[in-house]
Design a protein around this ligand. Structure first.
Ligand SMILES: [Zn+2]
Length: 293
């Protein structure tokens, strides 16, 4: 792939933002555009955005070889459908097929969490010994996660493996979750749920909320780490940014208290390395990693 002059058309579908861009095989981004996700007519907005990005490329970047698309889960593989919890307009939507028709390229679909995990693995600059056995949790308005085991992202039967958003973190009177259950991680760490609960922006959250958010993330990470034999847990997203570095300290403390097995003693908690480019790099790596196989 190194030295290949073809570009990846990367498309990311989130409940707050739709993004599209052109990314090289080495992670260089040359064209990037985004729009706020509308409540209705999401596909029309996405179609316009993708057309605009394709039209904006220069002659130097005209060879598009792959297309990767990431979407908030759950997704349905191998059908290529999506039913994102926070986006009622896209329930059962055949996203992979529609993007493939639009671009004339066989698109690869992944959850946003799996995309982010792969992007951190490929482009995050982490020690490969850590990144080959890694959990990534992105807590923003939605909560996405992915798990890398032996250097490979875990997909599962329908493509949704590795998302810790619905790991049970509170068994007694747990908060209601968008999935229909209660006590999942998601309502404890999503910006939408937290800001509705405290009725103010996250950066002004009381210390008790920061503590609880960190404890719940730590519980989910310890559970996932013991299941997947992980060595590194990365957290990111608007919740992590909004609650500041103290949150990461709480997560690390709680994770260490919960993960007592001897092989988990070197499990480390850190923040994601990739910034705003993370979602599109995730979509790009989804396509590149498939092309490599
Ligand atoms: Zn849930």
């Amino acid at each position: 792939m190194q030295g290949d002059d073809r570009w990846v058309l990367a498309v990311d579908v989130g409940c707050q933002r739709l993004s599209a861009g052109l990314v090289s095989a080495t992670g260089q981004m040359v064209v990037r555009d985004r729009v706020t996700t509308p409540t209705r007519h999401v596909w029309s907005a996405l179609e316009l955005l993708v057309r605009r990005v394709v039209a904006a490329r220069s002659a130097e970047h005209d060879r598009i070889g792959w297309c990767g698309v990431t979407c908030e889960g759950p997704i349905e593989q191998p059908a290529g459908k999506v039913s994102p919890l926070s986006m009622p307009a896209l329930q059962g939507f055949e996203l992979r097929e529609r993007i493939s028709e639009l671009t004339d390229i066989d698109a690869v679909l992944e959850t946003r969490g799996n995309g982010r995990a792969m992007a951190e693995r490929w482009f995050g600059g982490h020690d490969p010994d850590d990144a080959d056995h890694m959990i990534v949790v992105i807590a923003s308005e939605s909560v996405d996660g992915g798990v890398i085991v032996d250097g490979q992202v875990v997909h599962g039967r329908t493509g949704n493996a590795g998302n810790v958003a619905h790991v049970l973190v509170e068994l007694d009177d747990g908060l209601a979750c968008l999935c229909g259950g209660s006590g999942c991680l998601m309502p404890y760490v999503s910006t939408r749920a937290l800001e509705a609960e405290i009725n103010r922006p996250l950066r002004r959250a009381p210390a008790s909320i920061r503590e609880r958010t960190g404890v719940m993330l730590g519980r989910a990470i310890a559970t996932a780490a013991s299941s997947f034999d992980s060595r590194l847990a990365l957290i990111g997203g608007a919740t992590v940014a909004g609650l500041g570095p103290e949150l990461t300290e709480v997560v690390a403390r709680e994770t260490a208290q919960r993960a007592k097995l001897s092989h988990l003693q070197d499990l480390r908690v850190d923040t994601v390395a990739l910034g705003p480019e993370g979602p599109l790099l995730g979509a790009a790596v989804s396509a590149l990693s498939r092309a490599r196989r």
